[in-house]
Ligand binder design. Sequence first.
Ligand SMILES: Nc1ncnc2c1ncn2[C@@H]1O[C@H](COP(=O)(O)OP(=O)(O)OP(=O)(O)O)[C@@H](O)[C@H]1O
Ligand SMILES: [Mg+2]
Length: 442
Amino acid sequence: MELNRENILIVDDDVHILELIQRHLQALNYHTYKAISVKEAIAILQDKSIDLLITDLKMPGVDGLELVKYVSEHFPNIPKLVVTGFPSIDGALDALRSGAMEYLTKPFTKEELKTAVTKALKEQPKKVQVASNKTEDKKAYGELIGQSPAIKKVTDVIDRVKNNKATVFITGESGTGKELVARSIHYMGKYATAPFIAVNCGAIPENLLESELFGYTKGAFTGADNDRNGFFQAANKGSIFLDEIGNASLATQLRLLRVLQEKEVVRVGSQKVEPVDVRVIAATNVNLKDLIKTGRFREDLYYRLTVVEVEVPPLRDRKEDIPLLVNKFLFKYGVEFKDKLISIAPEALTALERYNWPGNIRELENVIQRSVIMCDKQVTIQDLPEQLKYTIAFPEESQEFLSLKDMEKNYILKVLEATNNNKTKAAKILQIDRKTLGEKIK
Ligand SMILES: Nc1ncnc2c1ncn2[C@@H]1O[C@H](COP(=O)(O)OP(=O)(O)OP(=O)(O)O)[C@@H](O)[C@H]1O
Ligand SMILES: [Mg+2]
């Protein structure tokens, strides 16, 4: 029999149907993943390379149609096959047709399923064309969202290092995604099945870091009752991520230098050398050159660590990625907190695009998380934290200086526009009463 290598994701809240479809597909030699909710399906989509989505429509919580929309938006190359009980009654038929996808009505025979699956997989010429390239990309940066030239530079470096063991040094402001980049380097490459160990050198007390990293022998210090492996031994054949490397003591730095130069470790309390085969990825958001000047960081180690350097750009330098990131977080927290999809009003998105994001992606994620909790169905200006509301009145790019009066006038007009001329809402945002607003409008 011909071997079908496609990965098919089946989503249905009914376990019996899930298993039935799975059995049929396995008999046809497809590889299958199962999810009993949209939430689970999303997790699989983000993690695995899926070639076809088969989903039920009516499911509790977030329903199948929303999953279809999500997949169309985020994974446009994945064909969709909808399995539905009563397409006309569900009123979903038009939606399905407009989405140009296959559907199958329950109950169906094995033959009907086979035909629909084959058709759905075939009828995606786009997918076939880009298969070698684009799908690979999707899989590769799974979570690392962005299409800006600034982030493209980062993904280019990931590509160049993921399949070798070059030491990588990641810099960037707090919250820009340094750890995510480190994980991508490891998990996208050919050593992905080996361990990835992340160590926050700033969070482990200085006197413990050395033995935690390199292990120790029995009796090395009070309390060392046994020989113990360190993170380096645990990460053997894989990668170790040394976050906040600037916090490592000089003694630890010396041992690190040895790992990088000789590919061997020496446990605390021992003289014996042990070979290790570990890729080192280090990160910092302080300037190591300053630490070198004051004698707190070894210059030789610095040069060993910085064989390949990646600078993760601050969010303000890649504002074109904001809508993509916002969508990702809206989906994530919409499903988590509200069990539904939350959208964002255009003015609110504009406010997010204008803001400077000193806390970068972590701050953006927090803002969206909070706004999803605050809002009803849609995130509006009112749901945003104060500092973001101001961006509407004071667009960064504005170079001209206005009088206070004009400024006030512009701001009021903007707020009115943002609230669709709802004076009650506008007055609330402006924190003045309706009457005062009315007078000002006049
Ligand atoms: N490109 C991206 N796409 C999607 N999510 C991202 C991206 N970059 C970062 N994130 C998310 O933003 C948050 C912060 O990222 P991360 O922890 O990697 O930042 P960091 O640079 O290590 O920050 P710090 O210096 O404070 O440790 C994480 O939740 C991460 O998943
Ligand atoms: Mg970090």
